[in-house]
Write a protein that binds this ligand. Sequence first.
Ligand SMILES: Cc1ncc(COP(=O)(O)O)c(C=O)c1O
Length: 473
Amino acid sequence: MTPEEFRAAAHELIDWLVDRRVAIEDRPVRPPVEPGDIRRALPSQPPQGGDSASDLIADLESIIAPGITEVQHPMHFGWFPSNASLSSILGDFASSGLASLGISWESSPSLTEVEEVVVDWLRELTGLSDAWSGVIQDTASTACLVAMLAAREQATEHAQAGGGVLGFGKRLHVYTTGEAHSSVRKGALLAGFAADDIRVIEVDPVSRDMRADALAEAMAADVAAGGVPTIVVASLGSTSVTAFDPLPEIIDIARRHGAWIHADAAMAGSAMLLPEYHHLFAGIEDADSISWNPHKWMGTILDTSLLYLRDPEHLIRVMSTNPSYLQSTAGGEATQYRDWGIPLGRRFRALKLWYQLRLDGPESIRQRLRRDLDNAQWFADRIAEKPGWEVVAPVRLQTVCVRHTPAGLEGDAAAISDHNQRWVRDVNVSGAAFLSPSMLDGGWMARVSIGVESTERRHLEQLLDLMDEHTRI
Ligand SMILES: Cc1ncc(COP(=O)(O)O)c(C=O)c1O
């Protein structure tokens, strides 16, 4: 492809993407496709080349786009907001177009230094002190794994330089709750912790926040048995019900045993942009690491997850590689982000944040977050006053967990659970809206996660009508 062909094709692609965005409400949220449908519509033989960019757009239009669940749709209330603000998409285009290689400071000085500046902007905007240093990871799952590896090495006095974890000879314990995201357990297993050494700490039955007394007991018992409390992963905004584990108490207990504290605020971290929500993150300054995803509610397109550390030098010691072919005259003066995570080659992800913050600005992002929080409260109030409906978990931010009990089924937990699973599935299959079914206390309920950039109050009114329609027996 020549640069001029690229220019023409890029214009055509952008026009098509803009038209799609504008007409997003005309499409179903969840596409009516079955597993294998998309694959069958594509040729099984590799192409020979020679297609035009317009041919590709025709296939995007007729085959590929119809197979996408529209998470930018205003009636998308599933999982968590996965906003991709247009400003951040421009940053993503710029990153791709600049096509730089992030393997060392020297391979792209701007890639490193823009990242340093942008993560620092976000540190300041979220009220973290300048004792924190940040880096962009691909996802919160990776950030958690990186924290686990750092914690493991802290607890074993850098065993990787000698006999490794197995040679260390003591059991290393991880503490979290059953509300924590599945990536916590996955990260622990990948970092070499034994499944039996992951302690699932009891939670408060209403808020689902970790019980600090149960954590203290579990750590004391592990120490008495000769084990080493290694890391606590506290959820600040858990996936299902937005539980907030009590950081100040957790930190107090963990510090007594020398354990690392990682705060996982993947979804809820965007709320740190709002000073009036800082109380939910009390204690954060004394943690060892925190990760949150601008690529969720804040609206930066994937993959933009922030990891902040109190002591990046420890992480660098764990992650550092310095083969001769990567050494440069910049030496120790420059940040080498390859030593702050797992991959060597990194994309210029910082441009996504740089574009979004400069074009949209923090104040407009804050306004949108506040709108979503108001909408969530309004929605919870409507549910609470509707006969047969209940809000089944505290509404801490923008997620409202609801359950419906039809007349006649009161007291029949199994039937109520089946009913809730069915109506959520029916709404999702209809394509008119999308919600996530989730288990709470052994029964199905629906999570209504509010926060897509384009979702307004009228969309929540539509959702209430749909919920009535699909719960009529
Ligand atoms: C609390 C929490 N942690 C971690 C994750 C994983 O995020 P990522 O997809 O960035 O790995 C999620 C995703 O829903 C989450 O809600």
